[in-house]
Design a protein around this ligand. Structure first.
Ligand code: CDP
Length: 224
């Protein structure tokens, strides 16, 4: 029987992580875990409870009983926060920014990393995020680091927002992304960084099919 791998995909926003991970997970019959969604859920929880992110004791209290469940589904996983399906709400732009802020905080990361390790340790998993190959699973079987130039990534996010019926401004989307890249790359704990043994793939000029095929080839070569 084929060994169940741990596959790590890291990279900045809209570099193609989640679109590749979803398709690969369904091809390989693996579970897809979007760790960004977990930080987004923490951010939403803090917002709902009106918690000041500087108030470490309030945050610690919130984390003690936070329940983040992933309901796996072929047409897209659902994220359940304390019993409520928040899958759509966590994708809104206020939560993008707040998740990047809350993700700088040590107690938050400790709790999320712990959860992520429990979810992935059995293998048969594709996990995407910013620190999967560096911190969560430094011994992952295979690591990818996806990149793309800023204009391409901003355009992708803009298209996504438009498809949701919003009226996004491309320059604003780009500014938000520049801010978030900087915040994610410069934080003290688990900054966005390519693991030394990660395969870097520039998705800027690749179609989704080509991108997925390229990752799949690397995975296949490992399984032979
Ligand atoms: O989907 P998008 O690429 O815009 O972001 P995401 O993957 O949903 O992640 C949202 C935020 O969570 C990021 O900007 C990071 O600050 C944080 N994050 C993190 O710190 N570590 C991870 N493993 C995943 C996300």
């Amino acid at each position: 029987m084929e060994r169940k791998l741990i596959i790590a995909i890291d990279g900045p926003a809209s570099s193609g992580k989640s679109s590749s991970a979803k398709i690969l997970a369904s091809r390989l019959h693996y579970v897809y875990i979007d760790t960004g969604a977990m930080y987004r859920a923490c951010a939403l929880c803090s917002l709902k409870r009106n918690i000041d992110l500087n108030d470490l004791s309030a945050l610690t209290f919130m984390l003690a009983d936070i329940r983040i469940d992933i309901r796996y589904a072929p047409d897209g996983n659902r994220l359940i926060l304390n019993g409520e399906d928040v899958s759509e709400r966590i994708r809104e732009e206020d939560i993008s920014r707040l998740s990047s802020q809350i993700a700088t905080i040590g107690v938050v990361r400790e709790k999320m990393v712990d959860l992520q390790r429990k979810l992935g340790e059995q293998g048969g998993v594709i996990m995407d995020g910013r620190d999967i190959g560096t911190v969560v699973f430094p011994h992952a079987d295979i690591k990818f680091f996806l990149v793309a130039d800023m204009k391409t990534r901003a355009k992708r996010r803009w298209i996504e927002l438009e498809a949701k019926g919003l009226d996004p401004d491309l320059a604003e989307v780009e500014q938000e992304m520049i801010w978030r890249d900087k915040n994610d790359s410069n934080r003290a704990i688990a900054p966005l960084r390519r693991a030394h043994d990660a395969i870097e793939i520039d998705t800027g000029d690749l179609s989704l099919d080509d991108q997925v095929e390229l990752l799949h080839e690397h995975i296949r070569s490992l399984q032979q």
